[in-house]
Design a protein around this ligand. Sequence first.
Ligand code: TMP
Length: 212
Amino acid sequence: NTAMLMSRGALIVLEGCDRTGKTTQCRKIVQGLNDSGMKAKMRTFPDRSTPIGCLIDAYLKKECEMEDHAVHLLFTANRWELMPGMKKDLEAGVTLVVDRYSFSGVAFSGAKSMLDLEWCFQPEQGVIRPDVVLYFDVSLHEAAKRGEYGSERYEVRSFQEKVAANYAWLRTEDWQVIDGSKSVDEVYKNVMSVVKSVISKAKSRPIRYLEL
Ligand code: TMP
């Protein structure tokens, strides 16, 4: 059956502020899809395993300083370097479940006073467009109750407030807001119903590319 042979995987992106449960749900989604016999892989941005990712890791751990525009472009370059492999996976029918993507890039860099949101978006144009962005909505008050922020750069409440406002600016019809304040199992049930319908719709649709 040619339709089956040609069907591609979906690009599913999870976004949101820190401590909203994205990473936990990414793992559970991939596990759930694999358990039901579907091809799925997790991807994480930044991908700290590449040479560019090493620089980003050192920056986030505050082991080095970098100019704001320069580090923004490194985060973007880290996505671009992974694009050929991600495209290959999608074309091979593998669904990619991605912990943070271009929207983190814009929302976090844009929370710095010197960087303009549209400027931040420009170099993201042309990366593969997600079939859905699951935006994990948890009030900062609720997120703070989940425990202390870590010690990495950006893990500061006042900064996270700006990030949340930038996410609101970025929202499009591709986005689905997930109430992340529910229990892990309830959130999982909600995201899985979205994920399954997105995967079946993406199958027959060509890969698209992100634009502002
Ligand atoms: P993590 O906490 O999910 O590992 O993400 C690392 C930090 O990097 C997080 O504070 C968000 C930030 N970030 C950016 O500033 N730009 C980006 O493009 C991405 C993917 C993450």
